[in-house]
Design a protein. Structure first.
Length: 124
């Protein structure tokens, strides 16, 4: 399947918890991998609204897998999956990943990153 085009018009408001029904969003090459294993996958192409909803589901799924991962290699594999979802979300909203990275750098320059391990507990 070819990669999905950016959405013509991203939704005005984010979809909070849209119903997505059975199934889950998978990488484009998964149906071919299933066919190579001698099975026939049941798949369809989501419309724009469902695609965004399922990307949100996939973002949560991949974040949970990062948290559950053990060892450097497993963590890195899961982070790569998470990053792929972030890239897809950027594209779906009409932006390329370079724009996301630019915004990340600007925020890091203005507010810092997380390397300092600072935990905020409130104000006095």
């Amino acid at each position: 399947m070819p990669p999905a085009e950016p959405l013509a018009e991203p939704p005005a408001e984010p979809l909070a918890d849209p119903p997505t029904g059975p199934g889950k969003l998978v990488r484009d090459g998964i149906p071919a991998i299933i066919r190579a294993a001698g099975k026939e996958p049941q798949v369809y192409v989501a419309d724009a609204a469902e695609y965004l909803a399922r990307l949100g589901d996939k973002l949560s799924e991949e974040a949970a897998e990062v948290r559950a991962a053990h060892g450097e290699q497993e963590v890195l594999e899961e982070l790569a999956d998470l990053l792929e979802v972030v890239r897809a979300l950027a594209t779906a909203h009409g932006a390329d990943f370079a724009r996301v990275e630019e915004l990340r750098r600007r925020k890091a320059a203005e507010r810092g990153g997380f390397a300092g391990r600072v935990v905020w507990t409130g104000n006095h």
